[in-house]
Write a protein that binds this ligand. Structure first.
Ligand SMILES: [Zn+2]
Length: 136
């Protein structure tokens, strides 16, 4: 893979680990930090430039930074999101970020491009010193 994009951003959200016997079982919040690393073996056009000069648009990658009312995860109660439900651990959120980011990237591809070469690694920090990585 000759290209790798990296981008980082944060979002602030609340959650409860339902059934957790301890403080994580109570309503609380985190400033989550996300690192996305996207590898590709080709360059593509984007919604904002028609020439094939990008792996992906950083604006597409940073969808989760948007307010929850605009489809992101910022200032959300994560347990309210149907794709997460009551299991809002860093592991489950990281897998969701992976799945949803790839879905959005593939939705933006040209007809006939399945994006099979795109490989995404998600790192999600729940606190400054505790993170989960997810890739396939
Ligand atoms: Zn927590």
């Amino acid at each position: 893979m000759p290209w790798q994009l990296s981008t980082e951003f944060t979002f602030d959200s609340a959650h409860t680990i339902t059934g957790y016997d301890g403080p994580c079982g109570r309503l609380h919040g985190h400033t989550y930090r996300v690192r996305l690393q996207l590898q590709s073996d080709r360059l593509r056009p984007s919604a904002h430039v028609r020439r094939a000069i990008m792996v992906a648009d950083f604006r597409t990658l940073k969808w989760a930074k948007k307010d929850v009312s605009q489809g992101g995860l910022d200032h959300a109660y994560l347990n309210d999101l149907p794709d997460l439900g009551d299991d809002t651990t860093a592991e489950v959120i990281a897998a969701y970020l992976h799945r949803e980011t790839l879905r959005r990237l593939r939705d933006a591809l040209e007809p006939g491009d399945d994006g099979a070469d795109l490989q995404l690694r998600v790192t999600l920090w729940e606190t400054p010193d505790s993170a989960c990585e997810y890739w396939e």
